[in-house]
Design a protein around this ligand. Structure first.
Ligand code: KG4
Ligand code: ZN
Length: 402
């Protein structure tokens, strides 16, 4: 089998694990869970043979948030081209695919529907098995395409829709230690960026909220504003970001009043606000992750030798957050793994890879997809958060020297 473009895909990204040989089993992955239409063909050893992504970021930035009907319309317009591009780049004929894997949960109902309906059409056309994918499980296992991270490991997933800590025990076996009680950190950063009118900032207008906050924070002094850490009295691994957003909004209103600024104008202290909010989000994530590590140690949930923390999801692209988490892992003898930013944000590669993981484990390879439904809400694994609460572990102070 000749895969001229595919063979070097790994090397192009700098992830080659030696001489990349394409193996026989190939999965086409499709993701339309939120606002990106992604597709990729990946082989059993993690070679990315072809991939394509259409991002709706620009449209949603202009609209001031994701409008589900608009997201659906854009998925419908682009899915055909995105899938075709991924297949064309791979040099693989659809008949050579082993299976088609598609995100069916969790996500925006209208967006999931487009991906599932399109996939069913392909499955019927090419008579291929279908592998339904849990989007968060796919984020959690992407790292295994790049590194030999064995089960069980601890995983922190932080994106625009999720904030959760879990123990990954197997391909479809997770223990949920904690999750957000209100909004996700990416959502908070997006909303703060919007309230700061960063789309009017010449350097930030094409960036997502999280990217813009990270960019501005580098030039800011976080000490200019004092923000209270969320949930410091709660000795568990749950998260909360809505109160923090409220605190930041109050600061912005006060500053606008003091400066005589209108909403829509960029405040002179915008960099300092960005630095303060980024730091508080980071400290909250680091504290809960530290507690999760202590809980796993106490309960013997992870191997004693070389335990690992994996961090993924769009917010995990943030260097400041990665640095803080590396301080936590170093202090506790854990290895830290973060996929490169391109694989942290939504993409078709992680879905194709999860399809490979499921194929290898023989989980959910479906030959008649008639009964398959998309599920906008879907928990991750077995809920262990009550056990974490009962343990009520205190976390020692750790200086995040960032
Ligand atoms: O995983 P993702 O692509 O989509 C889902 O939400 O599922 O994550 C997108 C989120 C957005 O909220 C965006 O603002 C955030 O990830 N994000 C970041 C950074 N890049 C993207 N947050 C913080 N720092 C970044 N560098
Ligand atoms: Zn995601």
């Amino acid at each position: 089998m000749v895969r001229a473009q595919g063979v070097c895909a790994r090397a192009v990204y700098g992830w080659a694990r030696g001489a990349a040989q394409c193996s026989a089993r190939l999965v086409l992955g499709i993701d339309t869970s939120c606002d990106d239409t992604g597709a990729a063909v990946v082989d059993e050893t993690g070679n990315i043979l072809g991939e394509a992504l259409h991002s709706q970021k620009g449209t949603h930035l202009k609209a001031g948030g994701i409008i589900p009907t608009v997201a659906q319309k854009l998925h419908k317009e682009h899915i055909e081209n995105v899938v075709q591009e991924a297949i064309d780049k791979s040099g693989v004929s659809p008949t050579e695919l082993t299976a088609i894997a598609t995100t069916i949960k969790p996500g925006l109902a209208l967006s999931l529907k487009v991906g599932l309906e399109y996939s069913i059409k392909l499955i019927e056309q090419y008579k291929k098995p279908f592998i339904p994918i849990h989007h968060m499980e796919a984020h959690a296992l992407t790292v295994r395409m790049l590194h030999m991270v064995e089960f069980p490991f601890l995983v922190l997933l932080v994106s625009g829709g999720h904030s959760l800590l879990a123990v990954a025990r197997g391909v479809s076996d997770f223990l949920l230690l904690g999750q957000t009680l209100d909004e996700a950190p990416g959502d908070t950063l997006d909303k703060v960026a919007r309230r700061l009118s960063l789309k009017n900032h010449p350097a930030c207008h094409t960036m997502s909220g999280g990217e813009a906050i990270e960019y501005l924070a580098k030039m800011g002094n976080r000490m200019q504003f004092e923000l209270t850490q969320p949930m410091s009295q709660h000795l568990d691994c749950d998260f909360s970001f809505a109160g923090l957003r409220n605190q930041v909004n109050q600061i912005i209103i006060k500053k606008e009043r003091e400066e005589g600024f209108q909403m829509g104008q960029i405040l002179p202290c915008v960099n300092d606000i960005a630095a303060a909010v980024q730091h508080t989000v980071t400290a909250h994530l680091a504290k809960r992750t530290h507690r999760a590590i202590l809980f796993c140690k106490k309960e013997g949930l992870l191997p004693q030798s070389n335990p690992a923390l994996v961090v993924s999801g769009g917010v995990a692209s943030n260097e400041y957050i990665r640095k803080a988490l590396s301080i936590v892992t170093e202090a506790n003898g854990f290895s830290l793994y973060c996929p490169p930013p391109k694989l942290c944000t939504d993409n078709g590669i992680m879905i194709a890879w999860n399809g490979i993981e499921r194929l290898r484990a023989g989980i959910d390879v479906i030959h008649n997809p008639k009964g398959i439904r998309y599920e906008p809400k879907a928990p991750l694994g077995i809920d262990f958060s009550e056990r974490v609460k009962i343990a009520a572990l205190k976390v020692p102070y750790l200086k995040l020297k960032t």
